[in-house]
Structures are given as structure tokens and as C-alpha cells.
Design a protein around this ligand. Structure first.
Ligand code: ARG
Length: 462
């Protein structure tokens, strides 16, 4: 029986560890959230040991039963950690060994180095799927709001200056499409991480007749490691996941920034629902877009998780080093951060009210039709450069107070009669209908395509 102060390695040492060492070294406070993965890995390992004759069937059964008990204890909070439980692997094995003497054989041919790499790959696999699901849910909200917006126009911007009107739906779906790339990246990170390191041992494999492909299959991994040194030192899968999460966070921050602007009195494009806005302790009139601001801010933290881990990994010699323990907190934090942000931003967008009249009004600025006016000239054979100059001249004269742009266009014989029709309200939405464009016809096609893309991705995620 192991004394409660003992770690898995205490027999080699004289006396107890310093408290400061424990505080720095122990990872149980954060790696306990991988308990299900650790137990699944131990179950697979025990079955493999039985399959190759290193455990009897009875020993394997009693270990698996003990693992079930430990899993339940951990799931419902009854598990009591011992002082020597430096990490989740130690804690599980210690408790299994208390429950059955066969537990002393569980670590046969295994090291915490291949064990932790296995656990974290399993955890990451699940987390990436969960995040991708949440992204899909958010995309559904964007789609819903886009459909609801119908043919509402808004000013489209470049340089944050009004440029050309687009459908509000077009703008919302632009963010939706960016998120499809995030789903791709999340799934790609998952695919890359689909390699089992279990069986690599501490660094060099084992002299025992282990079968790494058995445990890989048991845990549902698509591939098995080719090099034991690489298997225990590789954290590319964490970096891949963090990159995918950081990119996603970056997209969410751009959405957040727009909502901050749109909800200002100056823009007045949207009004936030009270459930997703905050007040000011001093200024009674305030309604603040904290959710959007935090979505904007969290990207910094996510990029920090990515660069932090990359910096830790840089220059590490093969194979395992305790530095690698620093992989988990940024990953857990990034996953939690993205999930929180997605949920709040999703709610914010689902509930906000667009000021359709204002959007439509601003979109109908005659100047927004300048490019279309030039394009009318182009259809009559004027080279675009010349057409641009003609319209620019009229815009300047109008801005200088000579008359409305529509009047100047009507009076100018260089412009054909149909140019005047451009200033009718309906014309704004009807134009710019090339593939992927912001006009009504093109956006209707886009909505269909986006919807079917979401369905495909939902099937892909299973
Ligand atoms: N807690 C450790 C980690 O997260 C587990 C592996 C420990 N291995 C070791 N040789 N001390 O990386």
C-alpha cells in the first residue's frame, strides 16, 4: 500500500518534497479535467496488457472495475486527492491500486510521458468537436438573421467610409463564411492530432511485447506513432488547436468591433437587447456593449495562448521535458474562452434589433451609386477610367452645392437616360448581382449555398 504522502517515485528519494516544489510542480489542479481521458487510456492499456499476456483476464477485469469506480468518484466529486497525487495520472493509478492489488501492474510498459500525450490528444479531439459545434450554432444564428433581413440594404464600407450599398444579409453572411474556414481549421487540427502516442513509454518504447496499435484502435485513433521520441515530445497538435482557436477568436473580435461601432449613437445601426447589454454605475443613460467589447478583447488572450506555448516549445531538446506540462493551461483556457465568447456573441446577435429604416436611409445616399453610374457609361462603350472621371466631376459639383447628384446626372448629356433610374430606391438592391456580390439576386443564391454548407459541415461533425 502506498503511503498517502508518496508520489509514484518517492522510493528513490530521502524525505518529503518541499512545499514550493509541489506548488510549482503539481498539475492535478488543472489536469484533473482530463480524468475521463486518462481513465479511457488506462482501460485501453490494461486491455492491451491482457491481450499480450502481461495481465491475466481477472487482473484486467479488476483494474477495469476499479477504473469505473474512480471515474464515478471523480465525476460526482467524491474523489479525495492524496497529498502525493501530483497529477491526474498519479491520482488515478494510486486510487486504482487502493481498490485492487492488480493496480500495481497498470503502469507496466507505460510512462506518464506517453500517457499524458495520449490523454491530451483525446481531450483535444473532443474539445475541437465541441467548439466546431458551437461555431455551427453561431453560423445558424447569422444565417437566420440574414434571412430575416430580407432585402434590407445598408451602407457597405471600405476604410470605414461609406462605399457601396450592400444587403444587410450580405454583411452578416460575410462573417458566416469566415467562420466556415474556422470549422475547417478546427477539423483539420483534429485530423492532425489523430495519432496515438501510447506505447512510446518514457521515450524509447519497451522491452515488453506491447502492442501500440491495439491501444490506438481501442481509443479510436486513426494512426499510431512511428517514433517513440517524437511521440512523447510532439505537441504540434496543441499548437494546431491553439492556432485554429486564435483565428476563430480573431474573427469573433472583428464581429465584436463592428457591433461596438454599430451600437453607438453615431451609427445607430443596432440596439442591443437588455439581456446582452450592461449599464454604467455613474451614467444612468448608458447601455454598454460589453459582450462585443470582450469578444474583441479575448482575441488578444487567445493569441497569447498560442504564442506562449510556441515560445515554450521553441528550442526544447528531445524528448519529454517538464516544460511540456505547460501545454495544458493555455489549451484549456483557449477552449473555455472561445466557448464563452461564442455563446455570448451568439446571444447578442440573436437578440439585437436592427434599425432597418436607418440602414436603408444611409444606404440610399446618391453618392453610393457613383460606381454604378460609371458602369452605366461603360456599358455604352466609355472606357472605365474616363467614366470614373465624368462621375467624379459630377460628384464634386454636387458636393460643392450645384445641385443634387440626380439632377446633375439628368442634365448631363454624356450620361444615358437609364442612369437616372439608378436613383430609384429599388434599383440599389437590384444591381451588383455577379456571383458572390452584394445585390439581392446574388445574395439569395448565397443564402442557399451557405445553408447547404452548414448542412454539410453538420454531417461532417456527426
Ligand atoms: N503532469 C505531467 C505533464 O503534464 C505528466 C508527465 C510527467 N512526466 C514526468 N516524467 N514527470 O506533462
Amino acid at each position: 500500500m502506498v503511503d498517502s504522502h508518496d508520489t509514484l517515485w518517492q522510493q528513490r528519494f530521502d524525505g518529503d518534497s518541499a512545499e514550493a516544489l509541489r506548488a510549482l510542480n503539481d498539475s492535478l489542479p488543472f489536469d484533473r479535467r482530463m480524468f475521463r481521458e486518462d481513465i479511457a487510456g488506462s482501460r485501453a492499456h490494461a486491455k492491451m496488457l491482457a491481450a499480450v499476456g502481461l495481465l491475466t483476464g481477472d487482473e484486467c477485469d479488476s483494474i477495469c472495475e476499479a477504473l469505473d469506480i474512480v471515474e464515478n468518484e471523480m465525476a460526482d466529486g467524491r474523489f479525495v486527492a492524496a497529498i502525493g497525487d501530483e497529477d491526474i495520472h498519479t491520482a488515478v493509478e494510486r486510487r486504482v491500486t487502493e481498490l485492487t492489488p492488480a493496480g500495481a501492474k497498470l503502469h507496466t510498459g507505460r510512462s506518464r510521458n506517453d500517457q499524458v500525450a495520449t490523454d491530451l490528444r483525446l481531450w483535444t479531439r473532443g474539445a475541437l468537436s465541441d467548439v466546431a459545434e458551437a461555431v455551427l450554432g453561431f453560423q445558424q444564428t447569422l444565417l437566420h438573421r440574414a434571412v430575416e433581413a430580407g432585402e434590407t440594404l445598408m451602407p457597405g464600407y471600405t476604410h470605414l467610409q461609406q462605399a457601396q450599398p450592400v444587403l444587410l444579409a450580405h454583411h452578416l453572411l460575410a462573417h458566416g463564411w469566415a467562420l466556415t474556414r474556422d470549422v475547417d481549421r478546427l477539423m483539420e487540427a483534429k485530423r492532425r492530432g489523430d495519432v496515438s502516442p501510447l506505447g512510446a513509454g518514457a521515450l524509447a518504447g519497451s522491452s515488453l511485447p506491447l502492442d501500440p496499435s491495439f491501444t490506438a484502435a481501442e481509443l479510436g485513433f486513426g494512426e499510431v506513432f512511428d517514433n517513440s521520441l517524437d511521440a512523447v515530445s510532439d505537441r504540434d497538435f496543441v499548437v494546431d488547436a491553439l492556432y485554429a482557436l486564435a483565428m476563430l477568436g480573431l474573427h469573433l473580435s472583428r464581429i465584436g468591433e463592428e457591433l461596438v461601432i454599430w451600437s453607438s449613437a453615431e451609427f445607430g445601426f443596432v440596439e442591443l437587447d437588455d439581456a446582452y447589454a450592461t449599464g454604467s454605475s455613474m451614467l444612468p443613460q448608458k447601455k454598454n456593449p460589453d459582450v462585443a467589447e470582450l469578444a474583441r478583447a479575448k482575441a488578444g488572450r487567445l493569441i497569447g495562448c498560442l504564442t506562449g506555448l510556441m515560445t515554450t516549445l521553441k528550442g526544447l531538446p528531445l524528448s519529454y521535458a517538464k516544460d511540456l506540462q505547460e501545454d495544458k493551461e493555455p489549451l484549456f483556457d483557449a477552449v473555455d474562452t472561445v466557448r464563452l465568447t461564442l455563446a455570448a456573441l451568439n446571444g447578442l446577435i440573436a437578440t439585437l434589433r436592427f434599425d432597418v429604416e436607418r440602414l436603408q436611409d444611409l444606404a440610399s445616399s446618391p453618392y453610393a451609386m457613383a460606381a454604378d453610374l460609371a458602369e452605366v457609361l461603360v456599358t455604352h462603350g466609355t472606357p472605365f477610367r474616363e467614366a470614373h472621371a465624368v462621375v467624379a466631376g459630377l460628384v464634386r459639383r454636387s458636393l460643392e452645392g450645384e445641385g443634387s447628384l440626380a439632377d446633375l446626372v439628368a442634365a448631363d448629356e454624356r450620361l444615358p437616360a437609364e442612369a437616372e433610374a439608378l436613383f430609384e430606391a429599388a434599383a440599389f438592391a437590384e444591381r451588383r448581382n455577379t456571383a458572390g456580390a452584394g445585390g439581392a439576386g446574388a445574395v439569395a443564391a448565397q443564402v442557399k449555398k451557405f445553408r447547404s454548407r452548414l448542412n454539410t459541415d453538420a454531417t461532417r461533425l456527426g
